[in-house]
Design a protein around this ligand. Structure first.
Ligand code: ADP
Ligand code: MG
Length: 149
């Protein structure tokens, strides 16, 4: 069960992804480097998670993250791709991203069409929005983790 491994904290630099066109879909995902991904518990299920995030010590925002398999490494390594639910003025490659994963939404799945994929992601985002309004997850947002450097 995914929940067994939560909360999971991660802190690292935003690196270039694989240009899978997330931004073109209107859903940019900030990628963590390999060493951060390797700190995920080995048995943590792939799929979509929700939680909180901040960039370079800024405000803490809602986030939705996919943990999936990296095609570049023939699906032997995982990726962590974080969509922060905030409008940033510009890209922040090289910035420091902190996240805490607090809940699990769904396993990975393949979609028959781009439309279905986009619908699923929109669903994930609205689910994230709702879950993170719950009182029991607010303390993660004000956690010292985000405040300290
Ligand atoms: P890549 O394949 O390099 O990850 P994406 O299309 O997924 O490209 O875009 C990700 C980049 O977009 C992030 O690394 C970040 O610099 C920028 N970005 C801007 N706004 C956001 C946001 N709200 N959430 C995540 N990344 C964002
Ligand atoms: Mg990305």
């Amino acid at each position: 069960m995914a929940e067994t491994f939560l909360p999971h904290y991660a802190d690292g630099e935003v690196v270039k992804g694989f240009g899978r066109g997330s931004k073109e879909l209107g859903i940019p995902t900030a990628n963590f480097p390999e060493d951060i991904v390797e700190k995920l518990p080995a048995d943590l299920p792939t799929g979509v998670y929700y939680g909180w995030a901040n960039v370079d010590g800024g405000d803490v925002h809602k986030m939705c993250m996919s943990v999936g398999w990296n095609p570049y490494y023939k699906n032997t390594k995982k990726t962590m791709e974080t969509h922060i639910m905030h409008q940033f003025p510009e890209d922040f490659y090289g910035s420091r991203l902190k996240i805490v994963m607090v809940g699990y939404i769904r396993p990975m799945s393949t979609f028959a069409s781009l439309d279905e994929l986009i619908t699923a992601i929109r669903n994930d985002i609205s689910e994230t929005d709702k879950k993170l309004d719950e009182p029991e997850v607010q303390h993660f947002k004000v956690n010292n983790f985000f405040a300290t450097s």
